[in-house]
Structures are given as structure tokens and as C-alpha cells.
Write a protein that binds this ligand. Structure first.
Ligand code: UFG
Length: 340
């Protein structure tokens, strides 16, 4: 069995990917420093799989500690790098925290994979945020779309890390890389044993919806209904986290079987959904009442974008087509489990 290293393995996306990789027959070594997750996530992963994954508590910015993972697991052939801070607002207030953590850990990973990995295949967890606000005639977004000025230090770390990776692929002949640009990941594992664990008041829409439905928050604010969209609210491409996780398995499969040196893929459904459409889908799917009101626009929000995922559809043999009601129900079941 081939071994895959997951940094940020107990985070929202990392935990779902760990499950899908093991289900696909890979050995996993997960690392995390629990800066935005808890050891209990390992229990959830273990329950789903019926066995625990190999795991080491490591801060990837600490090169010496990180190297110990390679001492213990000299058979690592591929790595998926999730370990990063991801709060856009916090990144604006504390940019150095973001550059230090998100870039330094990534540089350490690339160096260790190139020098110590049995193979040096890296999948990088990027974001649609690298594109900024596309013009309406540039929708849906294709991978060739040029980057715009980063809208936040968080966005800049994603743009910079992609550039670092490209330079390293050019410099190191044994290094292969795949960049996955996520649109808006939502939902939870169908077992309701792992899911998103927001820190404090959620910034993101779906955790705010489920917490409001559960009575933890009083009322959802829909940020703006005067955008240039059919119902006036912002449009995003919401992708089910389990579908997203499966794309990582396909990316690793492809790298290990074909050794492609550099690939970039958009991971989205290809369909845009407005905030109000998502709210209505949640009510329809769960039958739960949801208090919401129209509020001011949120500064920094992009009006509308969605993916053209056809490159990933064709080259990875993958698509994200879980119905939105099922996805939202999974988020609601996860929320209910947290409450109990
Ligand atoms: N929204 C609300 N009310 C809320 C929260 C969000 O109306 O309480 C709206 C936002 O205004 C936006 C939409 O819901 O129109 C989605 O907002 P999210 O915060 O869930 O997601 P974003 O699209 O703002 O951000 C996400 C990731 C970022 C990433 C960005 C671009 O959270 O990490 O996509 O890829 F940078």
C-alpha cells in the first residue's frame, strides 16, 4: 500500500480526505497541531473506518519536528497539504501570522518531500479566492483565468504558495504537484461523526445556518439583497466536502500512476447558488424553521462566481453531484450531533 502524508489531517477537509484515502486503499500518516481542531476528530475518523489512522502531533512550521515524521515513515510517496489558517478577516488584522504559518509550513513540506520522501508528489489545497472577482463574461471560472490582486492576506498566501510550488517543480526534477482550487466546501460526513467545527461565531454561511436552526444563534443575516444577481444575494459554488475529498483521492491516483509534473484543477459543482436559494434549500431539506433577515453587504464579499470544473471532470474522472438538499441535511445532522 502506498503512503500519503496529510498535514492538517484533523481539520474540516483533511479529516474527510483521510477517510476517503483509507477507503481507497492508501496508508495515511496524518499530522496536525490542533490549532484549529481537536484530538476528538481522530476518534470520529477511527469510528467511521473501524480503525485508527497513523497520526503525529506536529507543528509543520517546526522543521525539526516535521522531519521526525519522515524518520518514522520513510515510505511517504505523496503529501496533501491542508495545514493553514483560513479566516479571511483575521488575516487582514494579522497578516504576518498568516504568512509565517501558511507559507513557512508549506516550504518545510516541499523541502522534506523533495529530500526525504520516497516519492515527491504534492497536492496543494488552494482556493477560488486566488481569482478575485471575475467579470460577468468570465463566468464560469476556468483555471487559465489570471489572478487578480489578492483581496486579503489569506488569499495572498494561496497565490504565493501556488507560485512557490511552481518554481520548485521547475527546479527539482523529482517533484510533481497538483493544485486544487476549492470553491465553497460545505456539509459533513453522512455518518455525522466528522464535520466542520467553527471556532466561536461562524463566519461561513452553512455553519451559521445550522447554528441558527439549532437555536445557538438568534437569526441569520443575509449579507445584501441588492447585488446584480437574480434575487439580489451573492452567488457561490457550494461543493459537498465528501465529493471534494474524493477528488483528492483521484488526484493522488493520477499523480502516482502517471507522474504528471504540474496540474491545476477547479473543484466545484459548476452551478452557482444564491444565499437565498441556499437558505430555502436548507428549509426544504430539513423541514426546520430558520429565522433570517436581510442585512447590509459584508465588506470584501465578491458578488458572484462559480467554477467551470470540466478539466477535473475529464482528467480526474470526477464530478461533484450530490444534491444540495442531501448536503445540507448532512450539515444539519452533524450540528444536531454536536448539540447532543
Ligand atoms: N453569508 C451571509 N451570512 C452569513 C455568512 C455568509 O449572507 O452569516 C453570505 C456571504 O455574504 C457570501 C456567502 O454567504 O455571499 C458565502 O459566504 P462564506 O463566508 O460561507 O464563504 P465565502 O465565499 O465568503 O468564503 C469562502 C471561504 C474562504 C475563501 C472564499 C473564496 O470561506 O476561505 O470562499 O474561495 F477564501
Amino acid at each position: 500500500m502506498k503512503r500519503v502524508l496529510l498535514t492538517g489531517a484533523t481539520g474540516y477537509i483533511g479529516s474527510h480526505v483521510a477517510v476517503e484515502l483509507v477507503n481507497a486503499g492508501y496508508d495515511v500518516i496524518g499530522v496536525d497541531n490542533f490549532s484549529n481542531s481537536t484530538p476528538a476528530v481522530l476518534g470520529g475518523i477511527g469510528k467511521i473506518l473501524g480503525k485508527n489512522i497513523d497520526f503525529m502531533e506536529v507543528d509543520c512550521t517546526d522543521a525539526n519536528a516535521f522531519a521526525k515524521v519522515f524518520d518514522r515513515y520513510p515510505d511517504i510517496e505523496a503529501a496533501i497539504h491542508f495545514a493553514a489558517y483560513k479566516a479571511v478577516g483575521e488575516s487582514v488584522a494579522q497578516p504576518l501570522k498568516y504568512f509565517r504559518n501558511n507559507l513557512h509550513s508549506f516550504e518545510n513540506l516541499v523541502e522534506l518531500m523533495v529530500t526525504r520522501g520516497k516519492g515527491a508528489n504534492i497536492v496543494f489545497s488552494s482556493s477560488a479566492t486566488v481569482y478575485g472577482q471575475p467579470a460577468l463574461d468570465e463566468l464560469p471560472i476556468v483555471e487559465q483565468q489570471p489572478f487578480q490582486e489578492a483581496s486579503s492576506p489569506y488569499a495572498r498566501t494561496k497565490q504565493m504558495a501556488e507560485g512557490i510550488l511552481k518554481d520548485c517543480v521547475n527546479a527539482y526534477p523529482n517533484l510533481n504537484a497538483t493544485v486544487l482550487r476549492y470553491f465553497n466546501p460545505i456539509g459533513a460526513h453522512p455518518s455525522a461523526l466528522i464535520g466542520e467545527l467553527p471556532n466561536g461565531v461562524p463566519n461561513n454561511l452553512v455553519p451559521f445556518i445550522t447554528q441558527t436552526a439549532a437555536g445557538i444563534r438568534e437569526c441569520l443575516s443575509v449579507f445584501g439583497n441588492d447585488y446584480n444577481t437574480p434575487d439580489g444575494s451573492c452567488i457561490r459554488d457550494y461543493i459537498y466536502v465528501v465529493d471534494l475529498a474524493k477528488a483528492h483521492v483521484k488526484a493522488v491516483d493520477k499523480m502516482l500512476s502517471e507522474g504528471a509534473r504540474w496540474n491545476v484543477y477547479n473543484l466545484g459543482t459548476g452551478k452557482g447558488l444564491s444565499v437565498l436559494e441556499l437558505v430555502n434549500a436548507f428549509i426544504r431539506a430539513t423541514g426546520v424553521e430558520l429565522k433570517f433577515r436581510i442585512a447590509e453587504r459584508r465588506p470584501g464579499d465578491v458578488e458572484q462566481y462559480w467554477a467551470d470544473p470540466s478539466k477535473a471532470n475529464c482528467e480526474l474522472g470526477w464530478s461533484a453531484d450530490t444534491p444540495i438538499e442531501e448536503v445540507l441535511l448532512s450539515a444539519w445532522r452533524w450540528q444536531q450531533g454536536l448539540k447532543g
